[in-house]
Ligand binder design. Sequence first.
Ligand code: GFB
Length: 309
Amino acid sequence: MYQLAGKRVYVAGHRGMVGSAIVRRLAQENCELLTSPREVDLREQAAVREWFAANRPDTVVVAAAKVGGILANDSYPAQFLYDNLMIEANVIDAAHRSGAQKLLFLGSSCIYPRMAPQPIPEEALLTGPLEPTNEWYAIAKIAGIKLCQAYRREYGCDFISAMPTNLYGPGDNFDLTSSHVLPALIRKAHEAKVAGAPSIEIWGSGTPRREFLHVDDLADGCIFLLKNYSGEEHINLGSGKDLPIIELAQLVCDVVGFEGQITKDTSKPDGTPRKLMSGDRIAKMGWAPRISLRAGIEDAYRAFLEQQA
Ligand code: GFB
């Protein structure tokens, strides 16, 4: 078991939804938290090397990434590929050079083939073609997993990877053009309620199924893996349940208190038909998520209202 108490822990991406949730969770671990200043652009190798050499973290979490929903992924392929490759390569290599003992890299469930068996086991990686709307991001995240494996093999580094499912929660991006589905639905339902509008519009057919994990559960799972896992294989981190987007929209409307219609814009992409991950591996190690989807959406809606105020 890896001890976090007394360690110098660096969370790359601590201002984002995922990084800030990990920082909140680390407060329970009696460790020293390190964060890099805004001027350190993680895409710039020299700046990253310099920061690591000066600060020498023992433990590193790579939560920094260029992220976005289906439309942002489809619209900015160069940024999703280049920025993510640079961030992960710079941080992983600098962690090795400065002698970090442990590193956790965070990927995404979109690394798996579009038509992977459901629920998706970790072994499905690289067994088939990717979903075209997010292949750029997926390729970058697959490279991150491989970097951790390669640094383990060549240099003996204890670098591990976790693959979270679709995440949501406080600190999410609620911008309608670049966000993921859940924050977009919260905003659409809230604004329609306030305006007294008759309907909200969802993208695509509403039939794709998605699995959602509250970011506080994700953070807890990350700390669990840092402490309890050391191995080459990446580990799935999900809630174990998925639902069609139309049902998610109905649930969000219910939580928000919007009683109008839900219409569909089928000119927008559906993306992958289903991506429910198998959580068997982490369950066997003894970890399970705690936050139900309804309670999680209530929390995310509260956070949205606070962000608006
Ligand atoms: O969350 P989302 O943008 O990304 O979309 P992915 C999930 C599903 O919700 C798609 C539908 O079928 C969308 O068409 N959807 C319905 C909406 N209404 C909306 C809306 O108002 N906004 C959005 N954004 N979607 C992402 C990847 O895929 O998942 C990333 O692009 C990453 O790379 C992330 O892996 C976790 O689940 O399709």
